[in-house]
Design a protein around this ligand. Structure first.
Ligand SMILES: [Fe+2]
Ligand SMILES: [Fe+2]
Length: 284
């Protein structure tokens, strides 16, 4: 069963900081994803925004970079599990692109935070960046647990939210950054369903367990919604690249129901079946 993150002593946490090696290594990376450097960097002027809004924006984009880093770790773990269970090569090949996509998203979000005045401090436990499946479980189940949590819930939920944010973003740099992320995430959002449809009845014995994993992931992705509901709407998000509370929560509810819960239920995995909520709480 996927291990959830547990709290660790403050002294064992590390600061989320990033660097580039440069030279030939960076050139190879740039050749693989030339669209990153081609963006209109250096064009955001936040001086007309209130100091608190600037700080909120730096915090928002730093957190986005960290979440992309976490997702990249899950995507890499997923590739290992897919190889272990001898998933079809083309399915593994498609999934192999995702860790690079997420690294690109980390760089994009971190560079936006820099443009806005610099990243804000995030402490994290590097030993638990990604959830780890039990290595004694069948490899197919390990892959399924990772994919249900990260792709069928996480990526499928975030695609419509990101697409809406991209459409609303008015600044050319933020619009272009979100455009790259949305393009990549569309493929990530579809991947989980392709995997489940391939695995089919091989996962029949594990559907309750996968429903529990899905429910725990849904709770994790929506746990900040109560706090968001107490925030006031403004136009700052549209200027600086995120959705305001009211439209975010409305779209988030719809995205979860239509893009996550319904397609899971259609595949026999019901995160809202009797007893699943209790089982998901026990996982946390
Ligand atoms: Fe991403
Ligand atoms: Fe992704």
């Amino acid at each position: 069963m996927l291990r959830r993150r547990t709290s660790v002593p403050e002294a064992e946490l590390e600061l989320f900081e990033l660097e580039m090696l440069g030279g030939g290594t960076e050139r190879r990376y740039r050749r693989a994803r030339p669209e990153v450097d081609a963006l209109p960097w250096g064009t955001i002027d936040v001086s007309h925004h209130a100091a608190q809004d600037q700080l909120d924006a730096r915090g928002h984009w730093t957190l986005a970079a960290f979440q992309e880093q976490r997702t990249g770790a899950v995507c890499a773990e997923t590739v290992r599990a897919l190889l272990a269970c001898r998933a079809p090569l083309d399915l593994v090949a498609v999934a192999s692109r995702f860790p690079l996509d997420e690294v690109v998203h980390v760089e994009l979000c971190a560079r936006v935070a820099e443009e806005l005045g610099g990243g804000t401090p995030i402490k994290y436990d590097p030993r638990r960046l990604a959830p780890a499946p039990d290595r004694d479980d069948p490899p197919l189940l390990q892959a399924a647990e990772l994919i249900v949590a990260a792709y069928c819930v996480g990526e499928a939920f975030s695609v419509p939210v990101l697409r809406n944010t991209w459409h609303a973003a008015r600044h050319p740099l933020l619009h272009a950054v979100l455009g790259i992320i949305v393009r990549d995430e569309a493929a990530h959002g579809a991947f989980g369903w392709t995997f489940l449809d391939w695995a089919g009845d091989s996962l029949a014995a594990y559907r309750t367990r996968l429903a529990t994993i899905a429910r725990a992931a849904i709770e994790e992705f929506t746990q900040n919604h109560h706090a968001i509901a107490k925030q006031a709407d403004s136009t700052v998000g549209r200027d600086l690249g995120w959705m305001e509370p009211t439209p975010y929560l409305a779209l988030g509810r719809r995205a979860m129901a239509e893009h996550v819960v319904r397609p899971l239920q259609q595949r026999g995995i019901d995160p809202y079946a009797a007893g699943i909520a209790e089982a998901a709480r026990d996982l946390a």
